[in-house]
Design a binder for this molecule. Structure first.
Ligand code: ZN
Length: 77
């Protein structure tokens, strides 16, 4: 979704919307719509800049991605 590179779903991180924020769902167990990005800051930032998350998750407003960035940043130093 971010860089538009093709990838297997198993290589991607599922993102869901929780109370106006993007939340990572690494096990794919949370309910609702999911958006998929590579678990890398570059891909995540690209998706944020394209406003891909509100579009993919069908929410009207901007989504907070700080917690998500923090999480992905720790996973990929
Ligand atoms: Zn990507």
């Amino acid at each position: 979704m971010g860089c538009r590179e093709r990838a297997a779903k198993t290589d991607l991180l599922r993102i869901v919307e929780i109370e106006g924020a993007c939340a990572p769902d690494p096990r794919g167990t949370l309910p609702g719509r999911g958006a998929y990005v590579h678990p890398a800051l570059a891909c995540l930032d690209l998706a944020v800049r394209r406003r891909a998350f509100p579009r993919a998750l069908r929410v009207p407003g901007p989504l907070d991605t700080e917690a998500l960035r923090h999480c992905v940043g720790q996973a990929t130093p």
